[in-house]
Design a protein around this ligand. Structure first.
Ligand SMILES: Nc1ncnc2c1ncn2[C@@H]1O[C@H](COP(=O)(O)OP(=O)(O)O)[C@@H](O)[C@H]1O
Ligand SMILES: [Mg+2]
Length: 346
């Protein structure tokens, strides 16, 4: 390669294939960016340590390397166990490094991680807890009402009632997270749904915020369920307004050809309908970004941390996905929902 074509070093560094250079003892000497991402460790941290400390292929890297004495060796369909994060399946290629005896280059082709597993057990426990708490709560609420009706206790009974209602609403939202009933999806005009969401917002939490509608008028009908969509976009819009209280906040729709998702059975589901909620706020705090869509993660004084978790679950229930993006240059936070279109089987 000449200078105009970039160096081999650059090519290795930026190659999307996770690649590691190991010395004769199987210790990491180099790792490219994709390798760092796969191992969830920087090259600096990995350097000098056995690759096995970070990922394993069912046998030590040194043993794999021994089989690539003179020519590249390929191991297909390996379970790739990661020190950080769930195991993946993929292929591993090992080749001798021609310039240093005993050294190896290891390239890993991990298949995409399976869809993020839903938090199950903690949430199911939460559902049981919610149910158990709601029963005595209604008793407490009733008692407070009686005291209030009798004109006793001053402000207290009203406060008790208010707090009880707040806890009950929180429990309701938590139960939404554990609802596993399938949604009854049909063709809908997403713009009508979004206009309703915006109208609701203007009457309540977004009284003083401009909500811009940037709708693609040629968008076909979405395959969805109205209540789920309203809840999903309300959660996103409320967050946007809270992040950028002076607004404006934007609702944007677009048709995206070719966007889709594996269906887990080798097929693909097209998700061409995009509806995004965009704000000019400061973006996600890093602690939240690291645990996005996890229940009870909140930075707000009175936050529940359930809005995004529920939005993510609803998007999945609708057969779509919720994605977060940040455009640092424009100072915009984007929550994008990708949905199926009606009348298309793929
Ligand atoms: N549009 C946004 N801009 C910046 N931060 C956001 C945005 N949406 C969500 N967040 C962050 O994610 C956290 C979790 O949001 P959410 O699950 O809706 O719970 P809550 O709004 O009750 O805190 C928020 O506390 C906030 O820190
Ligand atoms: Mg919220």
């Amino acid at each position: 390669m000449n200078a105009d074509e970039g160096s081999a070093e650059d090519a290795l560094l930026c190659s999307p294939t996770p690649t590691f250079v190991l010395d004769e003892a199987g210790r990491v000497r180099r790792a490219n960016m994709a390798g760092e991402a796969l191992a969830t460790a920087s090259e600096r941290v990995m350097r000098g340590r056995p690759l096995d400390d970070f990922l394993r292929f069912g046998e030590p890297a040194a043993a794999l390397g021994a089989r690539a004495e003179a020519a590249p060796f390929f191991a297909f369909d390996r379970r790739i166990e990661l020190a950080q994060g769930p195991a993946r399946d993929g292929d591993v290629a090992v080749a001798p490094l021609s310039t240093r005896p005993g050294w190896r280059v290891v390239a890993v082709h991990a298949r995409p991680a399976p869809r993020r597993p839903r938090v199950r057990r903690p949430v199911d426990a939460a559902a049981v807890l919610a149910h158990e708490i709601k029963n005595p709560l209604s008793g407490i609420r009733g008692a407070a009402q009686l005291i209030e009706g009798a004109g006793e206790g001053g402000e207290m009974p009203r406060l008790i009632r208010q707090e009880v209602d707040r806890i009950a609403a929180l429990l309701d939202r938590m139960e939404g997270l554990t609802d596993t009933r399938p949604l009854d999806c049909g063709p809908l005009n997403i713009h009508a749904v979004l206009r309703d969401v915006a109208a609701l917002a203007r009457q309540g939490y977004a009284r003083d915020v401009a909500i811009d509608e940037a709708f693609d008028p040629s968008l076909p009908a979405v395959l969805g369920e109205r209540d789920a969509l309203v809840q999903l976009f309300t959660n996103l819009l409320k967050n946007a307004v809270e992040a950028a209280p002076r607004g404006p906040v934007q609702l944007r729709t677009a048709y995206r050809y070719g966007v889709g998702l594996g269906d887990g059975a080798g097929g693909r589901v097209a998700l061409p309908i995009e509806a995004a909620v965009i704000d000019d706020g400061p973006g996600l705090p890093s602690a939240v970004a690291a645990a996005l869509f996890t229940p009870f993660v909140t930075t707000k004084l009175n936050g529940s941390g359930l809005g995004l978790a529920l939005a993510d679950k609803l998007a999945a229930d609708l057969g779509g996905v919720l994605e977060h993006a940040r455009n640092e240059a424009a100072g915009r936070t984007i929550f994008r929902v990708r949905l199926r279109r009606a009348g298309a089987d793929r």
